[in-house]
Design a binder for this molecule. Structure first.
Ligand SMILES: Cc1cc2nc3c(=O)[nH]c(=O)nc-3n(C[C@H](O)[C@H](O)[C@H](O)COP(=O)(O)OP(=O)(O)OC[C@H]3O[C@@H](n4cnc5c(N)ncnc54)[C@H](O)[C@@H]3O)c2cc1C
Length: 481
């Protein structure tokens, strides 16, 4: 019998798992997909928000600033990639200035300090590429950027290292309420746990339904992005927002943690919770909107497009509570700023478990540290070419664009989580994330995955079951003007 069973290995489930691994409890993390971070946590803006936008009095308002403040230490321990860049919310009119003042007021209520409005000249001084039409901006110094999937991988690796059991490809199909525990039925069998934590993202309403709870529903809201090549992120120094609308924070322009330029997202309600397609019409709209902030983009530098799905709850706020079913805890409706809030969400869940009667004692052998997989290097073209053609060894370059070595790929495959997809390695090492989008390294990565897992190459997939790639390259969504 497990003490706690967490459903869903996104940033929420993995943050909770890692927090729980500090205590003397048996914890099981169930994930239906073939890897961690395959839901919203892999496809988002990666912004560690400042905490001033989320409305005061909501859980989002309470947890986003708190979460932001926890990132520095978390990254020092887990090395997933985080940088405090600061952000600007641009204003283009006197009406916008009033909105910016409202954001400061809301921020102060949320406990956020250090916010100020700066004028056009200063905006253009610190961000020379910003539109000349800008009139003022809200400056927040503590906004940051992170690598969202690397964060989830790091949390999961560290949780597993500290004793959490992770079962991938285990889809929860039903939950039975017994006298003092739950029976959780998956596609692989049945497990028992005293407490269940529902962190199933867009499917958290369906999981709640399994124990007879119908208090909320999840409305999937898709956001699409255009991604430009590495280095072009230098176009901006900070995260550049426009004034928020009723639909959300609007289209932003930012560098990713690894230096790509990224613009997006839009927000569209969809009915299919799996629909992560992108389309030219929406991407054109995003570029058009982003041009309000930066007047010109070099569209020749676009490398791909992608989309993610927000799990917006019918209550319009995060739902983090022990439900009417004792021992069943919902952590649902975690849309933006869920990534920012996730470290604080995990602490809140620990308190809920304690209040619910779980006796939690700290372990003395908890190891908070995890090494980065990616080793930053700046090799010349000649050095790369030389290292591409050498015999198999840790220094051999496998991905030319991102200078990823065989050693990094082998490391990513041997961290306690079984990785059998090209995408899994891509998110761990960046192999395939460059200009050619894996055209050069795809086959080479596949061979190493097969070798290290001691399995036939045809069992290696592009992105999990049903995406076998042997003999053909699956064409990705690709956007160029
Ligand atoms: C377009 C977009 C932009 C965003 N930008 C930001 C941002 O810049 N900053 C920020 O703070 N937040 C942002 N967010 C929000 C953030 O991405 C989410 O809040 C966060 O990723 C939610 O994590 P999660 O673990 O709840 O969900 P997910 O990452 O979706 O994880 C849920 C997991 O549950 C699994 N699962 C589902 N059903 C079952 C089942 N039956 N059995 C087993 N497993 C199951 C899924 O496979 C999935 O892995 C953005 C979101 C989107 C979509």
């Amino acid at each position: 019998m497990y003490d706690v069973c967490i459903i869903g290995a996104g940033v929420v489930g993995c943050s909770i798992a890692r927090e729980l691994s500090k205590y003397d409890k048996r914890v099981l993390l169930l994930e239906k997909s073939d890897d961690v971070s395959n839901g919203a946590s892999k496809a988002n803006s990666g912004i560690v928000h400042g905490g001033y936008t989320a409305k005061h009095g909501t859980l989002k308002g309470e947890l986003s600033y708190k979460g932001n403040g926890m990132y520095k230490k978390l990254n020092e321990e887990l090395n997933f990639g985080y940088r405090q860049t600061g952000s600007l919310v641009l204003g283009f009119s006197e009406e916008d200035r009033v909105i910016l003042e409202g954001l400061i007021e809301n921020g102060i209520k949320n406990g956020v300090g250090g916010l100020k409005i700066i004028e056009k000249e200063e905006v253009r001084k610190i961000e020379p590429n910003i539109s000349t039409k800008v009139t003022c901006a809200l400056l927040c110094e503590h906004t940051g950027i992170t690598s969202p999937y690397e964060m989830v991988i790091a949390l999961a690796e560290n949780a597993v290292q500290n004793g959490v059991e992770l079962r991938l490809q285990n889809e929860v199909k039903n939950i039975l309420i017994e006298d003092d525990h739950f029976k959780i039925i998956t596609n692989k069998g049945c497990v028992e746990a005293k407490y269940v934590i529902n962190g199933a993202g867009v499917y958290s309403d369906k999981i709640a339904n399994m124990v007879g709870l119908h208090d909320f529903s999840i409305i999937p809201r898709k956001g699409q992005y255009v991604l430009f090549e590495k280095g072009y992120g230098e176009l901006v120094n900070r995260v550049i927002f426009q004034v928020p609308t009723k639909k959300g924070k609007g289209v932003l322009v930012t560098s990713t943690y690894h230096g790509n330029l990224m613009i997006g997202p839009n927000a569209e309600e969809i009915s299919d919770k799996e629909d992560v397609s992108t389309n030219k019409e929406v991407l054109d709209y995003i570029v058009h909107r982003a041009k309000k902030s930066i007047e010109e983009f070099d569209m020749k530098k676009v490398i791909t497009s992608f989309s993610g799905i927000r799990a917006t709850s019918s209550t319009k706020d995060f739902i983090i509570e022990e439900s009417r079913v004792a021992g069943f805890i919902n952590v649902a409706g975690i849309d933006s700023p869920g990534l920012t809030s996730s470290p604080a969400i995990a602490l809140k869940v620990i308190e809920i478990l304690k209040d619910g009667g779980l006796d939690l004692n700290l372990r003395h052998d908890f190891n908070p540290y995890r090494e980065s997989i990616i080793k930053n290097k700046k090799l010349s073209k000649e050095e790369v070419n030389k290292l591409i053609n050498i015999e198999s060894c840790p220094e051999k370059i496998i991905c030319r664009c991102e200078q990823v070595t065989e050693g990094e790929i082998v490391d990513g495959l041997n961290r306690g989580i079984k990785v059998t997809s090209i995408d899994g390695i891509k998110r761990r090492t960046r192999a395939g994330m460059g200009k050619c989008q894996g055209a050069f390294c795809g086959k080479r990565v596949r061979k190493i995955i097969a070798r290290e897992n001691n399995m036939p190459e045809e069992f290696v997939t592009e992105r999990g079951p049903g995406s076998s790639i042997l003999g053909k390259r699956v064409k990705r969504n690709f956007y160029k003007e």
